[in-house]
Design a protein around this ligand. Structure first.
Ligand SMILES: NC(=O)c1ccc[n+]([C@@H]2O[C@H](COP(=O)([O-])OP(=O)(O)OC[C@H]3O[C@@H](n4cnc5c(N)ncnc54)[C@H](OP(=O)(O)O)[C@@H]3O)[C@@H](O)[C@H]2O)c1
Length: 326
């Protein structure tokens, strides 16, 4: 298959390209800078310079590539600074998820592209009622904190646009497995506390496993939504001490909920105490995918304690169902 990867040079894109190439797919990968283009080329894809927020350029690029499939992995989170207003660091990412998705889909339609796979997010999004682990059939949180609503709306927009096209939405867990992982610094500095009883759930995913699931999704018929998360959704009070220990950091601090709300805002307090995790049963069942890192418990130690973060790129899809590349 000829695969056009938007966001090929990012944390997930760089794990995905080698796996696609290994499966004999021809990969065209977007880059916004010469350095990113070099990275994409070295991994075995053909780089194309593209700003996804320029719809005319997207059209030209996609028509030029005439891909069988498009994968949308573009975000703008590399220098994100998290504040009380959680929508703020996501402003550009939200545009990539709305305008970027729309431009790619419009161009894909014109180019005769039949498959579309796009990145979304699983953790935190389930309705804060009932069970602590949600499937794709459970409702999403209809009432997220005010400071997260724009990001929620952008993900909802992406998911609707992609499934309307007949494509596949991958709701990834929180990525780990790279030196750029967002929680390394705050956890080392003890800036990420356990709030209240630490009962808010989170679902993790190792980047190599996320990439493997993406390859399988690309070879699968849509429309569909899959949670791509590991086997062990867990409350903050369980995973955070293990992460701190794996990083050689001091144990996390504890904050009462009222104090966290005051200092970090309602969204942080909600995430730390009420958020729901996600189930990967559907992805395992329908994509035949099995994570090689089934739990963050062993995964954190494997990648951080041994200093191996970022050194496992290029491992293969681990699905039971092996489809031939076309
Ligand atoms: N599920 C999750 O937990 C999740 C999801 C996403 C990101 N993250 C985390 O966020 C951090 C940063 O992610 P990242 O390394 O992937 O970097 P990033 O800055 O989010 O970039 C991701 C990709 O999007 C591309 N991109 C950005 N703006 C674009 C635009 N206007 N047009 C076209 N492409 C554009 C980038 O291309 P260039 O490099 O060429 O600019 C890059 O290939 C990492 O720690 C990552 O793990 C986590």
């Amino acid at each position: 298959m000829r695969v056009f990867v938007a966001g090929a040079s990012g944390a997930i894109g760089t794990r995905l390209i080698p796996q696609l190439v290994e499966r004999s797919h021809e990969v065209i990968g977007t880059a916004t800078s010469p350095a990113s283009a070099d990275r994409v080329r070295q991994l075995g894809a053909k780089p194309v310079k593209l700003d996804l927020l320029d719809p005319r350029a997207v059209r030209k690029s996609v028509l030029g590539a005439a891909p069988d499939a498009i994968v949308h992995e573009a975000t703008a989170l590399a220098n994100a600074k998290f504040t009380r207003n959680l929508d703020k660091p996501f402003v550009v990412t939200n545009r990539l998820r709305t305008e970027g998705t729309d431009a790619l889909i419009a161009a894909g339609r014109e180019a005769g592209t039949s498959r579309f796979v796009a990145q979304s997010f699983a953790s935190y999004r389930g309705i804060r009622e009932g069970g602590m682990v949600k499937t794709e059939d459970d409702p999403l949180d209809p009432n997220p904190p005010a400071t997260m609503r724009e990001s929620w709306a952008a993900m909802n927009h992406l998911e609707k646009a992609v499934t309307d096209f007949g494509g596949i939405v991958l709701r990834y867990g929180v990525f780990y497995g790279d030196e750029s992982d967002g929680l390394i610094k705050p956890v080392r500095k003890r800036q990420f506390p356990i709030i209240g009883d630490g009962g808010g759930m989170l679902s993790w995913i190792h980047l190599d496993d996320a990439a493997a699931a993406t390859v399988l999704a690309l070879e699968h018929e849509g429309p569909a939504i899959y949670n791509i998360v590991d086997d062990e959704p867990a409350p903050v009070r369980e995973w955070l001490p293990v992460l701190a220990e794996s990083l050689g950091a001091k144990p996390p601090r504890h904050f009462p909920r009222w104090l966290a709300r005051l200092v970090a805002g309602e969204a942080a307090a909600m995430l730390g105490t009420e958020a729901r995790g996600a189930s990967n049963a559907k992805a395992k069942r329908e994509l035949g995918w099995e994570p090689r890192h089934p739990s963050w418990r062993q995964g954190f130690r494997a990648v951080y304690a041994t200093g191996r973060a970022g050194k496992t790129r290029g491992s293969q899809p681990t699905g039971r169902t092996v489809h031939s590349a076309t």
